[in-house]
Design a protein around this ligand. Structure first.
Ligand code: SF4
Length: 376
């Protein structure tokens, strides 16, 4: 592959510096966004943890860097920008000065600033990694699905309006000009939309006052969502909600029950109808490989059947998430006790292809959702 030429490019919301095949991008505050060197792509999360990705023998590998390795990445990226300083004038000089003001140690210290603004952010949908997260609630209202450890040890709680407004302003200060890169809002954590309309409307209004003009997205599970009527969803749409992401997991009710997740396909279908009638985008998440070999075929068949019955639009998305088993989970204990075999890597890959092909055959959009690549 041809190497990118050495350049410094000022984009409206970021800066890109390339030198000797090394590529670094920075936000308008001068903080590192991504760095590429020797076939490895490094991405800095807002809390300054660095995720790395590379291809080894046709397989994608990903890993989280130690603090020491993160400091090395920050320094290497900084050097790429530094090269352009002597010849830079005007806006380019200003941007480079902002970048160079971030010593590796100062950039690493963003971790503390992040933790003053946010509680840990467990997960986001894959097309919202570049959103602005606002934590209206913490944890999940259910927290008992056997496979899920996203919010373990964090009981569900909701912020009052004043606390939420303070949080939103703190997020704005923390992001600074980085917010220019982020075009929408995500109301977190799990199931924030379980709150009543009376609580949600002022929260949405505040969120959009602090970050004007941005549409809002959120997670919701069927058992919480179905309690709300059409008028609830229409009112939220009116207030700026653009779409919701629903953890469908499977269309096979016995598997859903085995995963200890409330709800059924009948309820999900009714819920999706309500959401679509309110004019909302719907993202459905299906866990490919959940339930191992015992549920493999029924999971596939019933999920397809359930999706085919839904009034989904071409813009809606079915996210196919390769199942990742948490070794400390109740899921693991139950699977082993019942002698169920997990699908191997190759089997899961084939299953993902089978799901994607069948879903596209229904005229729907399918996209991959690997929770191991989550980054905010
Ligand atoms: S409802 Fe969603 S967030 Fe809550 S425990 Fe189940 S999978 Fe996890």
């Amino acid at each position: 592959m041809a190497r990118a030429p050495d350049t410094l490019t000022l984009h409206p919301a970021s800066t890109l510096a390339v030198r000797d095949g090394r590529v670094a991008s920075f936000d308008l505050e001068g903080r590192l966004l991504t760095y590429f060197e020797e076939g490895v792509l490094y991405k800095r999360a807002l809390d300054s943890r660095v995720h790395a990705r590379r291809r080894v023998g046709g397989r994608r590998e990903r890993f989280l860097l130690s603090e020491e390795a993160a400091l090395w990445v920050f320094q290497r990226a900084r050097e790429v920008a530094e090269h352009y300083l002597p010849g830079a004038r005007g806006a380019a000089r200003d941007r480079l000065r902002a970048i160079l003001a971030w010593t590796p140690e100062r950039l690493l210290a963003e971790r503390e600033r992040f933790s003053r603004v946010y509680k840990p952010i467990a997960i986001l949908p894959p097309d919202r990694y570049f959103t602005i997260v606002l934590q209206a609630t913490e944890g999940c209202t259910w927290n008992r699905c056997t496979f899920c450890s996203f919010y373990s040890g964090r009981p569900f709680s909701a912020k009052d309006l004043e606390t939420f407004a303070r949080h939103a302003r703190a997020v704005r200060d923390f992001l600074g000009k980085n917010a220019l890169l982020r075009r929408d809002l995500f109301l977190a954590d799990g199931n924030a939309l379980a709150l009543s309309l009376g609580r949600l409307l002022p929260l949405l209004q505040t969120a959009r006052e602090v970050f004007p003009g941005r549409p809002v997205y959120s997670f919701i599970d069927v058992y919480s969502g179905e309690r709300h009527q059409g008028a609830f969803w229409r009112a939220l749409k009116e207030a700026g909600l653009r779409g919701v992401y629903v953890g469908m997991e499977t269309g096979h009710d016995p598997l859903l029950a085995w995963l200890n997740k409330p709800g059924s396909q009948e309820e999900l279908l009714e819920f999706v109808r309500t959401l679509k009638a309110a004019g909302l985008f719907v993202g459905l998440i299906v866990m490919v490989g959940a339930g191992g070999d015992r549920f493999r075929e029924a999971h596939f068949q019933d999920t397809l059947k359930a999706l085919a019955a839904m009034p989904l639009a071409p813009s809606d998305i079915v996210f196919l998430s390769p199942f990742v088993e948490d070794p400390r989970s109740v899921y693991r204990l139950r699977r082993e006790a019942e002698g169920i075999r997990s699908l191997g890597e190759e089997e899961t890959r084939l299953e993902l292809e089978r799901f994607a092909w069948a879903i596209r055959g229904l005229g729907l959009r399918a996209a991959r959702y690997d929770i191991r690549e989550f980054l905010y």
